[in-house]
Design a protein around this ligand. Structure first.
Ligand code: GDG
Length: 454
């Protein structure tokens, strides 16, 4: 039997329909090793238990913990989503730094280490997910844990300028130095990590993926996350009848699917669409833009602001261009079932993925997987999505330049079927070869070898 895998993430995936690709990716490794997944239950309570709660029924063990309201506000809403998220997405201006946020963040990570400790066994490998838990390895080491511990960052790593906006930047690198393996989405992030560490901490490059950070040896490498491609292809093929979907729109559909987050570039793409319609009256009634944007993190002011801006823009553009038969933008501020999304992607002539900053962006990969290979649509992809490093057959654009984006929309509308098929075939190959199972297997393989001396 392989060494036991212990996964730790902010939220524990509970329920029968763990839609996240991460669960699919890790399921085999967890099942085969008798693994354990630990995370926040999503519930707050005035006095949470000081032990983990185990949940039945899964093919591997799952254990959760509750947070106090104060910990939720400081660790999750505060430090994670009002400091680290904007920082890592190039929006240091949106950071709201309060001393109690950083204290709450340290406190929850320390408590999680206490909760985890009694359940660790000799031979375990521990895989920590994302920016909520940077300090966890340091906390576990302080409690005597010697097991290999890896970290994977799902979002971009900030450049030195942005890191310097943290109250104590060296602390971040101190936390990271306790891991055996740091995984990043893209080379851009690995480079940012090395450069930021050079400026704000101590790092030596020892060759290949080996580094010495703040005096400790570790590995750092790129593992671009993928989707469960074969399952998504099946889902899209089973989707509702295409003619029916087309009659709903009456025009070629352009689709965007994003949590309503300021990093996703939604207002910028609305402005680009406005320019397209201003400059190309022949496209009126020929193109309809469907933006699905489920609510997210509504406790944070910046997310309430982006909702207002988006609604305002959609209203203005519709007011300017709509006809009795045609609504240029349909903005759905809610979540749709996964199967419905798969069908919409397949039906859409253009997939619009234009974040200003994004770790990877799985929607780009889902859109490609969902296409009909005989008559595929066109992916328009931001250069600032991690996905752009491997999906260069998309129409790559700068999302800050609405004229460039409008031009890409026009190009996509007029692209020949041959060119669409050629680009799509290359993109699909990439999405299928580097799926989520490949991602987790290559990460865990590297974690298994992280202690080998070369
Ligand atoms: C973080 C990083 C990185 C969206 N709306 C609905 C819905 N979704 C699904 C999409 C996709 C997922 O949510 C979003 O994933 P993304 O990758 O696009 O973005 P983040 O949520 O920001 O994820 C990102 C990712 O972690 C993984 O490492 O790629 O860069 O920011 O799967 O389809 N799903 C359903 N209804 C919706 O309305 N069912």
């Amino acid at each position: 039997m392989s060494p036991r895998l212990v996964v730790v993430s902010n939220r524990l995936p509970l329920g029968d329909n763990p839609s996240g690709g991460l669960v699919v990716a890790l399921e085999d490794a967890l099942r085969n090793s008798g693994g354990l997944w630990v995370g926040f239950s999503g519930e707050t309570s005035p006095s949470p238990e000081d032990r983990l709660t185990f949940h039945d029924g899964a093919r591997f063990q799952r254990a959760s913990f509750d947070l106090t309201e104060e910990d939720y506000e400081t660790y999750y809403v505060g430090c994670s989503n009002s400091v680290l998220w904007p920082l890592c997405h190039g929006r240091a201006d949106l950071m709201r730094i309060l001393p109690e946020y950083v204290e709450g963040y340290r406190r929850v990570n320390a408590r999680l280490a206490d909760l985890l400790l009694p359940h660790l066994q000799p031979g375990d490998r521990i895989w920590v997910q994302d920016y909520h838990l940077f300090p966890l390895a340091a906390e576990l080491r302080a409690r005597g844990v010697t097991a290999p511990i890896g970290h994977f960052l799902h979002i971009p790593f900030p450049g030195a300028q942005d890191c310097a906006a943290l109250p104590n930047p060296a602390e971040l690198f101190g936390w990271l130095s306790h891991y055996d393996l740091l995984g990043f989405q893209a080379h851009r992030d690995l480079n940012a990590f090395v450069q930021s560490a050079q400026e704000l901490s101590r790092i030596e490059e020892l060759g290949g993926d080996r580094f010495r950070l703040a005096g400790r040896g570790l590995r750092a490498a790129v593992f671009p996350i993928g989707i469960d491609a074969s399952a998504f292809i099946q889902e899209a093929r089973r989707a509702p009848n295409e003619d029916r979907m087309r009659s709903l729109t009456g025009a070629e559909m352009m689709i965007g699917v994003d949590r309503l987050d300021y990093s996703k570039g939604i207002p910028q793409r609305f402005r680009a669409f406005q320019i397209l319609l201003e400059n190309h009256p022949d496209l009126h009634e020929k193109i309809a833009f469907l933006q699905v944007a489920p609510p997210t993190r509504e406790e944070v002011q910046a997310y309430r602001d982006i909702l207002e801006e988006t609604e305002h823009l959609a209203g203005r553009i519709n007011g300017q261009f709509a006809t009795i038969n045609w609504t240029p933008i349909r903005f759905l501020h809610r979540s749709l079932p996964r199967a419905t999304l798969a069908g919409l992607y397949r039906q859409a002539h253009i997939g619009l993925v234009t974040p200003l900053a994004d770790g990877m962006n799985l929607v780009a990969k889902e859109y490609v997987a969902a296409q009909n290979v005989v008559d595929p649509g066109v992916l328009i992809l931001s250069r600032f999505a991690g996905a752009a490093e491997t999906m260069d057959q998309a129409l790559l654009i700068n999302p800050h330049d609405p004229w460039e984006l409008a031009e890409a929309m026009e190009t996509a509308m007029r692209m020949s079927a041959n060119e669409r098929r050629r680009r799509h075939a290359a993109l699909l190959r990439e999405v299928v070869e580097h799926d989520v199972t490949w991602w987790s297997a290559s990460y865990l393989d590297a974690l298994g070898r992280a202690r080998d001396s070369d």
